[in-house]
Design a binder for this molecule. Structure first.
Ligand code: ADP
Ligand code: 5GP
Length: 193
């Protein structure tokens, strides 16, 4: 098989605890750079209002996720919250690379570390950090997407995730949103050169 049959491209991995601003930054970058495309993950969590299957996530039942696992379809996956699994499909990476895109991933810290280790030369991993844990929890609460139990689980997990910050290439502190977005644009412009 010639190397062109399965071209390897680049990976831009955005990671952070829930509520730090990954989705906000990723959406902005996708609007700014045509070269980027979003890796749609598979998940067993239910869709939030407004989320679209195949765009935000591939929403799967537990059985469907098990079957995909059995068939070795994931590049990485994690049970991020009890009973809630999330994974990057190998087919998604191949699809976007075949279109010549640099792929943007929105992953929790362990999946981000695993994916970076799979593609050390091709990836840039950015950890987004809220100015303080208190501000992080406040943003999560204000987003109003979670019920009390889901909020509690996310806050508990965030404490673990915060300890991973120094394992990534760049830590981007998300204080003033406009400044964060400008910094993210500069980082990506350089990465795409
Ligand atoms: P994540 O994808 O990491 O869970 P989101 O992008 O959903 O985080 O951001 C969490 C919440 O915080 C959202 O309501 C978002 O609008 C808000 N937010 C993001 N960045 C900032 C910021 N710099 N200042 C204030 N609020 C922010
Ligand atoms: P949410 O439920 O808020 O959409 O996502 C919960 C967490 O799962 C976030 O930290 C998000 O980055 C992470 N996540 C989403 N998709 C994947 C994936 O494919 N793999 C891993 N490891 N984490 C993911």
């Amino acid at each position: 098989m010639s190397s062109n049959a399965n071209p390897k491209g680049s990976l831009l991995i955005i990671t952070a605890p829930s509520g730090a601003g990954k989705t906000t930054v990723v959406h902005h970058l996708l609007k700014q750079f045509d070269e980027l495309a979003f890796s749609v993950s598979a998940t067993t969590r239910p869709a939030r209002p407004g989320e679209v299957d195949g765009k935000d996530y591939y929403f799967m039942s537990t059985d469907e996720f098990d079957q995909a696992l059995e068939a070795d379809k994931f590049a990485e996956w994690q049970e991020v919250y009890p009973g809630r699994r999330y994974g990057t499909l190998k087919s998604e990476i191949e699809r976007l690379w075949s279109l010549g895109k640099t792929i943007v991933f929105d992953l929790e810290v362990i999946g981000a570390t695993n994916l970076k280790n799979l593609y050390p030369e091709e990836s840039l991993a950015i950890f987004i950090q809220a100015p303080s844990p208190e501000i992080l929890f406040e943003r999560l609460r204000n987003r109003a997407t979670e019920d009390e139990e889901s909020l509690r689980v996310r806050i508990e997990r965030a404490t673990l995730e915060l300890s991973y910050a120094d394992k990534f290439d760049i830590v981007l502190v998300n204080d003033q949103l406009e400044q964060t977005l400008r910094k993210a644009e500069r980082i990506v412009s350089e990465f795409l050169l």
